[in-house]
Ligand binder design. Structure first.
Ligand SMILES: [Zn+2]
Length: 410
C-alpha cells in the first residue's frame, strides 16, 4: 500500500520541519520533506499541521503481566523476588490466571497502541512470546539475547549469561537483563558480576539499575552499555530509582520502559510525566522534553539495535504517530500528550488506530475498524478490542475495569 501523509510537522529530537509530507511505500518511508515528488497516483491525506513523531519504543515490559492494579503490600522491597512472591500469592494473581495468556498479550499490545507506542521489548524467554504473542497489534521486539537477572536466585531464562551475550555480539542484537534491581548483597554486585563474566559491551542493555554505584556507572560508560529506566515501577516497589543524572552525565545511553502495570505505569504518558517530575524533585533540574523524546525514539532504537526505527526518514520502517499539539512547541506537546491527542498510529506503513476524522482513510484503504471511546474520545482501531475486553470480563466473571484500557463501545 502506497500513500502520502501531507501537511504535517515532522518532529525529531534534532529538528522540526513544518508543512512536510511523508510518502509511505509498503512498510517503509520512501520520502519525507517539503518538496517530495511522487510519480504515481496515491491516497493523499491532508493532516492540517498535526505533529508527526516516529512510533514510540518502549524498552521494558512483560506482556504476560498486563493486569491491574499494582500489587505490593510490603513495600519497599529488598529485591524483585520478595515482590514476586507477594504477587504470586495475591488474590489478584489468581484473578489474572483465569485469563487466556494470548488475551493478556493482546491487552499489553493495545495498552501501548493507544499511547502511540509501536514497538515494545517483552522481556521473557522466546518460547513464551512465540506461543502467546501472535495477535498483538504492535511490534514485539523479538531479536535479543537474555538473562532474567544477575544473581544466583535469578529465573532460569536463556542459555546463560556468557552464551547469550556472545550470541548478541555475533548477531548485533541486544543482550538484555534485569540488573541491580534491589539491595541484597548479590544484587548490588550485579554489574561487577557481568564485568567479571565478560558480558559488558555495546550490546548490553540493563533494566532498572537502582543500586548502581559510581564505579558501576564508570564501567557502563567505558563499555558503552545501555540502561532502561523504569521510574514508576522502581519508585513503587523500592521508593528509589536509578541514578539517572549521573548516567546521563557520563553519556550512558538511558532509555525508558513502562514495565508491566502490576508494578509499573498505567501507560507511557504516566511514565514520561513521572520521569520528568522525579528528575525535577531529585536534582532540582529539568529533564528536557527533547531528552525524554530521545529515550523513546532514537536512543531506544540504538539500544535495541533496530536502526530501521526511531526516526521519520527515508528508508526507515513506517512507524508514525500523529499528535494534536502546538507546532511552536512540539516537544512540550509530546511530554503533555494524553489519549485525546493521539490522532493516528501507523505501524509498518499501515494505519492501526486513529481518531474519528480518519474513518474515511481506513475505508479508502479497506482497513476494517472498530469504533471505540478511549477515555471518552471517539477513536477507531484495527482489530477486536471490544471482543477482547468481553472475553477478559467473562473469564474473571465480573465487569473488570482496567485503567490502562479505558475503552468502551462508541
Ligand atoms: Zn521486568
Amino acid at each position: 500500500m502506497d500513500w502520502e501523509i501531507k501537511n504535517v510537522t515532522v518532529v525529531s529530537p534534532q529538528q522540526v520541519e513544518s508543512k512536510a509530507s511523508i510518502f509511505i511505500k509498503g512498510h517503509k518511508i520512501a520520502a519525507v520533506g517539503r518538496h517530495i515528488k511522487i510519480d504515481e497516483e496515491v491516497i493523499s491525506i491532508d493532516c492540517n499541521g498535526l505533529l508527526a513523531f516516529p512510533g514510540f519504543i518502549n524498552c521494558h515490559d512483560h506482556l504476560l503481566g498486563t493486569y491491574w492494579p499494582r500489587v505490593g503490600d510490603r513495600r519497599p522491597y529488598l529485591n524483585w523476588l520478595e515482590w514476586d512472591n507477594d504477587l504470586k500469592s495475591s488474590p489478584l494473581y489468581t484473578e489474572r490466571q483465569q485469563i487466556d495468556s494470548q488475551d493478556l498479550y493482546q491487552m499489553g499490545g493495545y495498552r501501548h497502541l493507544l499511547c502511540g507506542v509501536t514497538s515494545v521489548q517483552d522481556h521473557i524467554p522466546h518460547f513464551v512470546r512465540e506461543l502467546f504473542g501472535k495477535e498483538v497489534p504492535i511490534r514485539i521486539i523479538s531479536k535479543y539475547g537474555l538473562a532474567h537477572s544477575v544473581t544466583s536466585f535469578a529465573l532460569n531464562w536463556g542459555e546463560g549469561i556468557e552464551k547469550e551475550h556472545n550470541l548478541a555480539k555475533e548477531n548485533n542484537i541486544p543482550f538484555i537483563t534485569h540488573c541491580s534491581e534491589g539491595f541484597d548483597e548479590e544484587t548490588i554486585r550485579s554489574v561487577e558480576t557481568l564485568h567479571r563474566r565478560g558480558a559488558l559491551s555495546k550490546q548490553t542493555v540493563l533494566i532498572h539499575g537502582i543500586a548502581f554505584s559510581d564505579s558501576d556507572i564508570d564501567l557502563l560508560a567505558e563499555y558503552g552499555c545501555h540502561v532502561v529506566w523504569c521510574p514508576v515501577s522502581n519508585l513503587y516497589m523500592f521508593s528509589r530509582t536509578a541514578p539517572v543524572k549521573k548516567l546521563l552525565e557520563k553519556n550512558v545511553n538511558v532509555v525508558l520502559g513502562t514495565d508491566s502495570p502490576m508494578s509499573g505505569s498505567i501507560n507511557l504518558f504516566e511514565e514520561l510525566r513521572v520521569a520528568q517530575a522525579y528528575f525535577a524533585q531529585a536534582y532540582g533540574q529539568k529533564l528536557s522534553e527533547k531528552t525524554l523524546l530521545q529515550m523513546v525514539t532514537t536512543q531506544a532504537a540504538r539500544a535495541m539495535c533496530l536502526h530501521e526505527l526511531g526516526e521519520i526518514a527515508e528508508n526507515k520502517w513506517a512507524d508514525i504517530v500523529l499528535i494534536d499539539g502546538d507546532p511552536k512547541d512540539p516537544y512540550q506537546a509530546f511530554a503533555n500528550m494524553d489519549y485525546e491527542h493521539i490522532r493516528l498510529v501507523v505501524l509498518n506503513g499501515r494505519p492501526k488506530y486513529a481518531s474519528e476524522e480518519f474513518i474515511q482513510v481506513f475505508e479508502a484503504m479497506k482497513i476494517p475498524y472498530q469504533k471505540i471511546l478511549v477515555a471518552g474520545h471517539r477513536k477507531i482501531v484495527d482489530g477486536d478490542i471490544l471482543g477482547l475486553l468481553a472475553r477478559v470480563r467473562k473469564a474473571v466473571k465480573f465487569h473488570k475495569i482496567l485503567d490502562f484500557l479505558p475503552v468502551e463501545p462508541w
